[in-house]
Design a protein around this ligand. Structure first.
Ligand SMILES: [Zn+2]
Length: 275
C-alpha cells in the first residue's frame, strides 16, 4: 500500500468508528406506548397502606406498556381481561375493599390501532400474576413470556398453575437485560408476590423510566412506604421499594406507578408515545 493509500484507509477506519460510537449513544428503544388496560375504583385504599385513609376510595388505572426496540416489540403486562370490555357492570371484586374494574377499550383494539399484530410481539413480560396484570397473556400464544421462576411456580389459590404449560417461557432468576444492550432491564422486586418484577427502560429523549408493576400502588403509598396487607412478604416489599429508590437516583429515572390514575392522567396515552 502506498503512503496515501494507508492515509485514506486510516481516515475510513476513523469515520467507521465514529459512526459506531454515535450509534451506541443512541438508544435502540425508540417508542414506549402507554395502553389503557383498565379503569377501576378501589373500595378502601387502606388495603394498600394499612391504617392510612381507612374507608377512602380512589380511582385506579391499569396500564400496559408497549415498547419498541430495534430487535422487536416487548409488551409489559397485559391488564384486565379483554372480555371485561363487554360487561356493562365491569368486574366486581369479591372483597368490596378491593378494586372494581372496567375495560373501556380492549388491548387487542389498541394494538390494532397501532398496526401491531399479536404475532409481532416478541416478548410478553409480566410484573406478576395477579389477574389485572395477566388478563390477556393468551392473546399472545407465540410470544416468549419473561417471568420470574418463583412467580411461575407460585400456585394459584386453588393450587392451579398460573400459565398454560405450552406457552413459551423464559423463567428468570433475578435481573435480566432483555435485549443485551442495557436499554430494557427486568428488575427483580419481590414482596408483593414471590416473583414480582419491575422494568427499567432507557429512552433516548425521555430518559430512564421505571415501570413499577405493583411494587407500589399509588404515590402516597410510595411516599409512606405502605405495605399492602395481602403482600406475600413485608420485608422483601420494603427492600424492593428501597431498591427502586436507589435505582431512580442512580439512573435519574422517573417512576411510573401502574395503578396511579392521577399520574396516568398526566401522561400521554397511545397512540401518542414516549421516545
Ligand atoms: Zn398485584
Amino acid at each position: 500500500m502506498t503512503r496515501s493509500g494507508a492515509g485514506i484507509a486510516a481516515i475510513v477506519m476513523l469515520s467507521i468508528s465514529a459512526a459506531a460510537a454515535s450509534a451506541q449513544t443512541k438508544s435502540a428503544v425508540d417508542k414506549l406506548y402507554i395502553l389503557n388496560c383498565g379503569e377501576g375504583v378501589a373500595g378502601d385504599i387502606s388495603r394498600w397502606s394499612p391504617g392510612v385513609n381507612v374507608g377512602k376510595s380512589m380511582d385506579f388505572a391499569d396500564n400496559c406498556y408497549l415498547i419498541h426496540h430495534t430487535q422487536g416489540w416487548l409488551l409489559w403486562d397485559t391488564g384486565i381481561p379483554d372480555a371485561v370490555a363487554v360487561m356493562p357492570d365491569g368486574q366486581a371484586p369479591a372483597d368490596p375493599k378491593a378494586t372494581h374494574w372496567w375495560r373501556p377499550k380492549t388491548l387487542a383494539s389498541q394494538l390494532d390501532q397501532l398496526g401491531v399484530k399479536p404475532t409481532d410481539i416478541k416478548f410478553v413480560a409480566i410484573s406478576h400474576t395477579h389477574g389485572d396484570h395477566i388478563g390477556n397473556v393468551e392473546l399472545f400464544p407465540q410470544s416468549m413470556l419473561l417471568v420470574q421462576k418463583a412467580e411461575y411456580e407460585w400456585r394459584g389459590p386453588s393450587g392451579s398453575a398460573r400459565f398454560k404449560p405450552e406457552h413459551p417461557v423464559t423463567k428468570l432468576e433475578g435481573d435480566y437485560d432483555v435485549f443485551g444492550d442495557g436499554n430494557v432491564t427486568i428488575i427483580s422486586t419481590p414482596g408483593h408476590t414471590p416473583g414480582h418484577q419491575s422494568l427499567l427502560v432507557k429512552l433516548p429523549k425521555t430518559g430512564a423510566v421505571i415501570l413499577s408493576g405493583d411494587a407500589v400502588h399509588f404515590k402516597s403509598n410510595w411516599d409512606n412506604r405502605g405495605v399492602p396487607a395481602n403482600n406475600t412478604d413485608k420485608e422483601q416489599t420494603l427492600a424492593s421499594m428501597q431498591r427502586i429508590a436507589d435505582l431512580m437516583a442512580k439512573e435519574k429515572a422517573q417512576l411510573w406507578i401502574n395503578h396511579d390514575k392521577a399520574q396516568r392522567d398526566s401522561l400521554k396515552l397511545a397512540p401518542d408515545y414516549y421516545d
